[in-house]
Design a binder for this molecule. Structure first.
Ligand code: ADP
Ligand code: MG
Length: 635
């Protein structure tokens, strides 16, 4: 089948987006391929289409369980067989899923990097017919990057098992350094790199230094009578700001990861359908959300890196029409960001200590505890061991990234169910209790293995299929549980921590000082770049970001606050070009200082304007000044 036919048949899209087809073809041709497409650019299709076009199975490595699940569900809904391996699945469940990949006709297997390199997977991978190894969020492999996850480094290990299988690595943001690093760490051979420019022509970047951010926000929301996103760091603030906007008659709601998934879905849905106009959120909002007509994205706090900012701001204007990416900051924010940076990297000693306390808390002997999950109350834990919750939180983040643990915000903890009676006994029960009969029949139709294994169920699905409220489903399940017909384990809403490795002695914890220290330094660099982005008043914002991502050349955007200000300084595009036309050949030819240049100037223009243009050119890297005041044109 032609690629476009696959696209149409399974996804219902009539054409590929820019670069998608090239990337897909490169993977099919067997080249190791790196695809850099912005968020929402359609990276998933880049491995899903080749996966469908070729015989065999495509393995997809991805770090986020939530996204993994969405993708598996979305593929299943298209009648494409896909499975995912998540923490919390029993051994038997995992075994079955993988068996299906070896002997069945599964087309996509979604895995975390930790899972990929287990002995069990290694043994089974050799029996699978793997057509492509896709590595999503590939920037996670680089310690230069903003989201380094050490388990990613091990992905290349399995290349020796499947030497003829190409890798397709995908990411939205990567600096030049990270682009190189990805290829090296994944052992790329015969590589093809496809990169869509980071330029967003319809996005106007604005930075405002504001003491009264709320009122500025209100002005923005009133002026832009359209859908918007407002990003804030703090969960509590999302609610406060949304409430305040509502008082000011702006249709707004708030969103963060601490809400239940039902609440989040409802809020997201209302915003998607434009019943809510403005959503005030932490950075939890946006992943996997694709709304084309977002007209403004406001940041009330400074993001900690240009990468993060670019991704979040980039959710504006997906439809190609003009949109605004607005950042509000003041001096206090810069201090806060610096403090935040320090606290985000707790001292190594502290991480070790917290790891040790966790082991004690869960009463795990050294050398045991692998794959054990335990409910975790962070506040109680903090109190018992007199630890600071913020440190605990960040230390967990490190331990999670190093692959020692998983904590439950990322992992799901679904409800499970198993019959306690035999098939025959159940049948007799159904006959004796006809009012339960339709419900039980439906259960048996929807799930397999209920008599032998705890099986994950989804009450909402069941409710949907039966056309009854979800509470009713839970009640019936509970009744059946009490009658000892089945065992119903309702989803545990409490946070859970899973040890992915045996507990180690704290001194054996591998978080190397060098790596840790370097990472902290990289993070500081990114933070400083972010601060420079907002404090510089003379660099075109778009050009600044492009340069950060290693794109050279490019034209000033003409619509960011800096460019608009420059226009206000009284220089028209015509005048600007006139100056450039005059000085460029001059500077290329001879060494000359600013005074000489201006003295010599034979243009019908005010000196002030010329100086404005020169300053602009300097700030945007077109002109450099050597130590003795001599100007040079950089081409
Ligand atoms: P990314 O992973 O790059 O952020 P996704 O793969 O999640 O992006 O895709 C974003 C959205 O774009 C999805 O809703 C997807 O269905 C849609 N999409 C991708 N490719 C196409 C296409 N060729 N035509 C129309 N829509 C597409
Ligand atoms: Mg994606």
């Amino acid at each position: 089948m032609a690629l476009t036919d696959i696209l149409l048949k399974y996804w219902g899209f009539s054409s590929f987006r820019p670069l998608q087809e090239d990337i897909i073809q490169s993977a099919i041709d067997g080249h190791d391929t790196l695809a850099l497409l912005p968020t929402g650019g359609g990276k998933s299709l880049c491995y899903q289409v080749p996966g469908m076009a070729m015989d065999g199975l495509c393995i997809v490595v991805t770090p986020l369980i939530a996204l993994m699940k969405d993708q598996v569900q979305a593929l299943n809904a298209k009648n494409i067989k896909a499975v995912g391996i998540y923490h919390g699945m029993s051994k038997v469940e995992i075994d079955n899923a993988i068996d299906n990949c070896v002997y069945g006709d599964v087309k996509f297997l979604y895995l975390s990097p930790e899972r990929l390199v287990t002995d069990m997977m290694r043994a089974r991978i050799q029996k699978m017919r793997i057509n492509l190894l896709a590595v999503d969020e590939a920037h996670c492999i680089s310690q230069w990057g903003y989201d380094f996850r050490p388990p990613y480094l091990r992905i290349a290990e399995i290349r020796t098992l499947i030497p003829n299988t190409p890798i397709l690595a995908l990411t939205a943001t990567a600096t030049t350094q990270v682009v190189e690093d990805i290829q090296e760490k994944l052992d790329f051979k015969d590589a093809r790199v496809f990169q869509k420019s980071f330029e967003r022509k319809n996005l106007a970047y604005m930075v405002f230094r504001e003491e009264d951010k709320l009122n500025k926000l209100l002005r923005i929301c009133t002026k832009q009578k359209a859908t918007g996103v407002v990003y804030v760091r703090n969960r509590k603030r999302t609610r406060e700001i949304a409430d305040w906007l509502v008082q000011q008659k702006v249709s707004a709601d708030f969103y963060h990861a601490g809400l239940t998934s039902q609440e989040r879905d409802a809020k997201q849905d209302a915003w998607m359908k434009e019943r809510t106009r403005v959503i005030v959120s932490t950075n939890a909002f946006g992943m996997g959300i694709d709304k084309p007509n977002v007209r403004f994205v406001v940041h009330m706090d400074l993001p900690d890196s240009p990468e993060a900012y670019f991704q979040e701001a980039g959710r504006g204007g997906r439809d190609g029409n003009k949109a605004f990416a607005i950042l509000l900051y003041n001096k206090a924010d810069i201090q806060n960001l610096e403090q935040f940076h320090e606290r985000s990297y707790p001292p190594l000693k502290e991480i070790r200590k917290i790891y040790n306390c966790l082991g004690n808390h869960f009463q795990l002997a050294i050398g045991s505890g692998k794959d054990q999950s335990m409910p975790f109350d962070i506040h109680k834990f903090a109190k018992t061991y007199s630890l600071n919750t913020f440190f605990i939180y960040n230390a967990l983040g490190f331990l999670e990234k190093e692959g020692y643990l998983a904590s439950s915000e990322a992992l799901a903890n679904p409800s499970r169910l198993m019959f306690l009676v035999s098939n025959e006994e159940l049948y007799r029960f159904q006959v004796a209790n006809p009012r339960y009969d339709p419900f039980l029949k439906m259960l048996l139709r929807s799930y397999t293995g209920l008599f032998t294994e705890f099986t994950r169920i989804n009450e909402e699905d069941i409710a949907h299929r039966n056309g009854v409220p979800v509470e009713k489903v839970k009640k019936v399940l509970l009744d059946l549980h009490n009658m000892k017909i089945l065992h119903y384990k309702e989803q545990n809403q409490k946070p859970v921590i899973t040890f992915l490795e045996e507990r180690l002695a704290a001194s054996d914890l591998r978080i190397s000082k060098e790596v840790y220290g370097e990472r902290k330094a990289f993070a500081r660099k990114r933070m400083e770049a972010m601060i420079e982005y907002v404090t510089s008043e003379t660099k075109c914002r778009s050009l600044y970001l492009l340069a950060y991502f290693g794109e050279k050349g490019g034209k000033r955007c003409g619509q960011c606050d800096v460019c608009l200000e420059r226009n206000k300084a009284g220089v028209s595009t015509y005048e600007f070009n006139q100056v450039v036309k005059y000085i460029k050949p001059k500077l290329q030819k001879e060494k000359i200082s600013l005074e000489m240049l201006i003295d010599d100037l034979d243009l019908n223009l005010a000196e002030e304007k010329v100086i404005n243009v020169m300053r602009y050119l300097k700030d945007n890297g077109k002109i450099t000044e050597t130590g003795d005041g001599i100007l040079k044109w950089r081409s």
